[in-house]
Design a protein around this ligand. Structure first.
Ligand code: NAD
Length: 360
């Protein structure tokens, strides 16, 4: 019996989570779900979107699976997702992007692993609001110490990237590559412009790469990387990126394999692991029972492997592949546009369970 913290999230999170937990239970693995609500509604009821009880539950159970949580744009509470990653030191966001057979896609052989640094960079949450006394103090300091002139009506977000943080994320990428027989790690950066943050990232990455002579290493500047991924994604294997580029490239790579409905992920640290899809809470689809449950289910497959339930993980992955290849019970995002016979979230989940019961 695995005791797991279950965070249904908000937006489309709860309806997807309900389907995903029934799929995970259908593998035969036994779970005891410690359900912890977080997000918009919790903010209204409890005055915080991420009560301490949620963090305590993950600290106790060590493993969590979570639905997406909304973050207000430009104002309001801080991201629950970012806070969780920082509080639990989940320094690595691992996002495999692999094409399933049977989909009508521009590419049919994508197999890219994204290793995103999860705590530093512009996501650190160190921000100075326009007009505040401390912001003006910072601007005065910068203007007096550099030959730059920051306008006093500026807002400022800081981008810290450390040797410590870079060493451990790049080491994670190389260890992952070695363990999973991958041939190459590509470090992604903008070191030509941001010499002391991305430049440091690249320098440290090169140093780590020297310790892994069996694995090829190369680097790409982020803008070129985006173009290369669209033009010749088959050249890429494991990508390691600072936080913001990792966030953006994750969605780009999801687009290559058929969309966010198929892109899973895991937030990993030394002590805790939180499994969640790459996608967000897609609020406009809330309550429609039409979103693809596979991204979160595949995050569940990653969780099963983390728990040592490898056979169940393989069976579930095979069941998902069969449902997709058959092409009948697919949610709208995987159907040709204007298709009127898309399956609902629930129907696709039921079909995965039906296949799971037939998979040897
Ligand atoms: P989103 O990922 O929620 O949705 C973008 C679009 O992708 C949707 O409109 C839909 O077309 C498609 N999509 C997403 N998930 C899908 C699924 N399961 N099946 C089919 N199609 C799917 O991105 P957004 O609209 O930019 O963000 C909405 C909210 O989610 C924001 O508040 C954002 O901060 C938050 N967010 C949370 C997380 C997280 O909880 N880890 C991650 C990303 C965004």
């Amino acid at each position: 019996m695995h005791k797991i913290t279950l965070i249904p999230g908000d937006g489309v999170g709860p309806e997807i989570t309900e389907v995903v937990t029934s799929i995970l239970e259908a593998t035969g693995v036994e779970f005891q779900w410690d359900i912890q609500d977080a997000g918009e509604d919790v903010y209204v009821q409890e005055g915080t979107p991420l009560p301490q009880r949620v963090i305590d539950s993950i600290k106790k159970n060590k493993v969590a699976i979570k639905g997406p949580v909304t973050t207000p744009v430009g104002k309001g509470f801080r991201s629950v997702n970012v806070t969780l990653r920082q509080e639990l030191d989940l320094y690595c966001c691992l996002r495999p992007c692999k094409t399933f057979k049977g989909l009508d896609l521009k590419y049919d052989n994508i197999d890219i692993i994204i290793v995103r640094e999860n705590n530093e960079d512009l996501y650190a949450g160190i921000e100075f609001e326009r007009g505040k006394a401390e912001t003006l103090e910072l601007i005065n300091f910068i203007n007096s110490k550099t030959r730059k002139s920051i306008r006093i009506d500026s807002g400022i977000s800081l981008k810290p990237i450390s040797v410590y943080g870079t060493e451990r994320i790049v080491t994670f990428a190389f260890d992952y590559a070695r363990k999973h027989n991958r041939r190459k790690v590509t470090a992604v950066h903008k070191a030509n412009i941001m010499k002391h943050s991305d430049g440091l990232f690249l320098e440290v990455a090169r140093g780590v790469a020297n310790k892994y002579p069996d694995i090829e290493f190369e680097d790409r500047i982020i803008d070129n990387m985006c173009m290369q991924l669209v033009q010749k994604p088959e050249l890429y294997d494991v990508l390691v990126l600072p936080n913001l580029y990792g966030d953006i490239v994750s969605d780009l790579a999801a687009g290559l394999i058929g969309g966010l409905g198929l892109a899973p992920g895991a937030n990993l640290g030394e002590q805790f692991a939180v499994f969640e899809a790459t996608h967000g809470s897609a609020p406009k689809y809330k309550g429609l029972n039409k979103m693809n449950p596979i991204a979160m289910t595949l995050s569940g497959v990653m969780m099963l492997r983390h728990l040592g339930e490898n056979q169940a993980a393989e069976r579930l992955e095979k069941a998902i592949a069969e449902v997709i290849q058959e092409g009948v019970y697919l949610t709208y995002d995987l159907k040709p546009s204007n298709s009127s016979n898309a399956a609902s979230t629930t129907q696709m989940g039921v079909e995965v369970i039906r296949k799971l019961n037939n998979v040897a």
